[in-house]
Design a protein around this ligand. Structure first.
Ligand code: GLA
Length: 368
């Protein structure tokens, strides 16, 4: 090719790239924070660890962007109540005090779960009555302690199975094996006794999967019929750039809003790999993020928020699972949050806060 002609082409490509390349989010000037931008829609929350509430820059970011906080790990049953005789309050108290001092609302997470749990409750093969009595004591103690600051509790986490073919809709946890679905129903009753004002949620992942969604809906209907006090469903929201589609997210919200008044998105993050859900079955190491992957991520956040805005009357709070990629349970290489490893806003942040439409169609799920 004539070298002059080829240089012309190169120049054209460069000019074109400059025009179409979005300016990086770091350079952009945002007039509003996320909580301000979503003021009329729902609260914007974040899951925190102890570092997030002790380092000045991270505290500043928390207070600027979020108006609801969830303890990532520190209020779970195992960490707060490791043995029958012993409660450990230090870390949970630090988060509760941070919320009290800064006037930020606290979502309680969580009272009953099969992971990070009080194994001592079931290890000596107790009767159903004894197990329920232990659960009641735990739930009453924790809920009462944070009654002044917690506005909503994830009462039961992840009790539905992922096995679509299973005849029993429930996860075969030790709690379930001993007490059946009463372990779920009773947990809600105990939480309501301890704090009549807190909103009580059932929380789960893969919640847009139609089979799991139907099972959650059926369970909530049975709870309501039995007079069990459930107020809301927590859609964990561990998504990826391939899914869910806007349609399946909408279907799930429409199904849940028929059975509860309150929907919270409780653990939102978006992976750049083809993995979903809350179970610890992911690759920690993804690839270095390319410009196009960054765009896929921003686009999927844009899609999710477009749907959430549409259903804002049913959704009270949307919580990100972790403050930045540096804190993410998925590791820094999943690029799952709107803030990079240096706590700087990413392109995803720009698409959320400016309520942008996605630039590209949703990518096809890669072949296995
Ligand atoms: C689940 C739980 C959360 C958290 C995540 C991973 O979704 O509900 O508490 O453990 O897994 O961080």
């Amino acid at each position: 090719m004539n070298p002059l002609f080829s240089r012309k082409i190169q120049t054209c490509v460069c000019v074109l790239l400059l025009v179409i390349m979005p300016i990086t989010a770091q350079e952009a000037h945002f007039t509003q924070s996320m909580k301000q931008a979503y003021d009329k829609y729902f609260m914007i929350g974040v899951a925190v660890n102890q570092r997030n509430i002790s380092q000045p820059e991270q505290i500043a970011l928390l207070c600027k962007e979020f108006n609801s906080i969830t303890a990532e790990n520190d209020m779970k049953p195992g960490p707060t109540h490791p043995t029958e005789e012993q409660y450990r309050w230090e870390r949970a108290d630090a988060i509760a005090n941070f919320c009290r001092e800064n006037g930020i609302k606290l979502r309680g997470h969580c009272l009953m779960w099969h992971n990070q749990t009080c194994q001592w409750m079931y290890e000596d093969q107790p009767s159903k009555e004894l197990l329920l009595a232990r659960m009641r004591e735990h739930i009453h103690t924790v809920v009462s302690r944070y009654k002044d600051v917690v506005y909503a509790w994830d009462v039961v986490n992840e009790a539905i199975t992922d096995d679509e073919k299973a005849s029993d809709p429930y996860r075969q946890s030790e709690f379930y094996k001993i007490a059946g679905e009463d372990f779920i129903f009773k947990a809600f009753e105990y939480a309501r006794e301890a704090d009549p004002d807190a909103l009580l949620f059932y929380n789960d992942y893969n919640e847009c999967n139609p089979v799991k969604c139907q099972r959650i809906v059926d369970m909530v209907k049975r709870m309501k019929k039995a007079g069990v006090p459930i107020d809301g469903i927590g859609m964990q929201g561990h998504y990826n750039i391939y899914g869910p589609s806007e349609e399946s997210l909408e279907q799930a919200i429409k199904a849940y809003r028929k059975v509860v008044k309150h929907i919270h998105v409780t653990e939102l993050d978006i992976r750049v790999t083809n993995e979903m859900g809350g179970a610890l079955r992911f690759k920690r190491e993804g690839m270095q993020i390319s410009d196009s992957t960054e765009q896929f991520l921003a686009d999927q956040y844009a899609r999710v928020f477009r749907v959430l805005r549409k259903y804002h009357k049913n959704i009270d709070c949307v919580t990100f699972w972790n403050l930045s990629d540096n804190d993410s349970w998925l590791g820094v290489r999943n690029y799952a949050t709107p803030f990079d490893a240096d706590y700087q806003p990413k392109r995803a942040y720009e698409y959320i806060v400016e309520k942008k439409a996605p630039l590209w169609p949703q990518p096809e799920r890669p072949m296995k």
